[in-house]
Design a protein around this ligand. Structure first.
Ligand SMILES: [Zn+2]
Length: 280
């Protein structure tokens, strides 16, 4: 329920980092990630005048909501922004922050956030950001977050003329990466707005890495599928990570990357991906 532009029964922590009342009812929603691991830390920071930033709502990993700014007031979440003929999205959009670490870095067998925390492989999504040329590792949003977010936007749609859901990276390309390729924006748009993404060829596609093991006695590894042998063969039992599959070959990572004949690699069953169900 929304009353006086606030969610009822949801904690409200007023942020001082706000503009005035919007000149018209909000007509867009901008999705962000926090780039950290903590709902309370995010709320504290966005309520600190030094942050000079805010959002209307923050959603934690368990789907908990905290509101910081009434929906008819300008929050400072988008910054310099432009998309489909409109600019300065703070003026007419509702900003929603999802607690998520953002891009992860592979360190040995671990996937670490910029602040050092390691995330389990079940949360790791390998995907290419719409503004990047290479795939990277991103942290999956939780099912609880996506459920809470979907319910919130459906509720907002009942109160305001919401016509558009965009990522911060849609409206501030080059400057912002959030919410990134792990966020199921197409599915959300289909479910809430009944429309597809502005570029129909950009689907929510994520590849899950698979662990494998060499089952041939020796296995050559190559730079490319038709390339020359690059170095001494892998031995039986060698553990590896399968990154991609193409034309009967796996691209694998051992200490370095190369291509091997796939019939000489067995794949271990991946863990069930509960958090990834919404990507279907
Ligand atoms: Zn953002």
């Amino acid at each position: 329920m929304i009353s006086a532009h606030k969610l009822l029964d949801i904690p409200f922590h007023a942020s001082p980092n706000v503009g005035g009342v919007m000149q018209a009812s909000p007509s867009a929603v901008v999705i962000h990630y926090t780039g950290n691991e903590s709902l309370s830390g995010t709320v504290n920071w966005l309520c600190d005048p030094q942050a000079r930033a805010s959002a209307h709502v923050v959603i934690g990993e368990q789907g908990e909501l905290v509101q910081l700014v009434p929906f008819n007031h300008v929050a400072w979440h988008a910054g310099k922004s432009q998309f489909q003929g409109r600019s300065n999205f703070n003026r007419f959009s509702i900003g929603i922050e999802l607690v998520n670490p953002g891009k992860l870095t592979r360190v040995g067998e671990q996937y670490c956030a910029w602040f050092g925390k390691a995330y389990p492989k079940s949360r790791v999504v390998r995907a290419k950001h719409q503004h990047a040329s290479e795939t990277g590792y991103w942290c999956a949003y939780t099912e609880a977050q996506i459920t809470a977010l979907t319910r919130l936007i459906l509720l907002l749609k009942n109160h305001y003329p919401i016509q558009q859901i965009v990522g911060h990276d849609d409206i501030s390309p080059g400057r912002k990466c959030d919410p990134g390729p792990a966020f199921p924006l197409n599915a959300l748009r289909r479910q809430v707005l009944h429309i597809d993404r502005h570029t129909a060829d950009h689907e929510d596609t994520c590849e899950q890495e698979k662990d494998g093991e060499v089952i041939a006695s020796q296995l050559n590894i190559r730079d490319s599928i038709n390339g020359k042998e690059r170095r001494g063969p892998l031995q039986h039992g060698q553990k590896l990570v399968v990154l991609e599959e193409e034309a009967g070959w796996y691209k694998v990572q051992v200490q370095e990357t190369g291509w091997v004949k796939k019939e000489f690699v067995s794949i271990r069953d991946p863990q069930p991906e509960k958090d990834m169900q919404w990507l279907a």
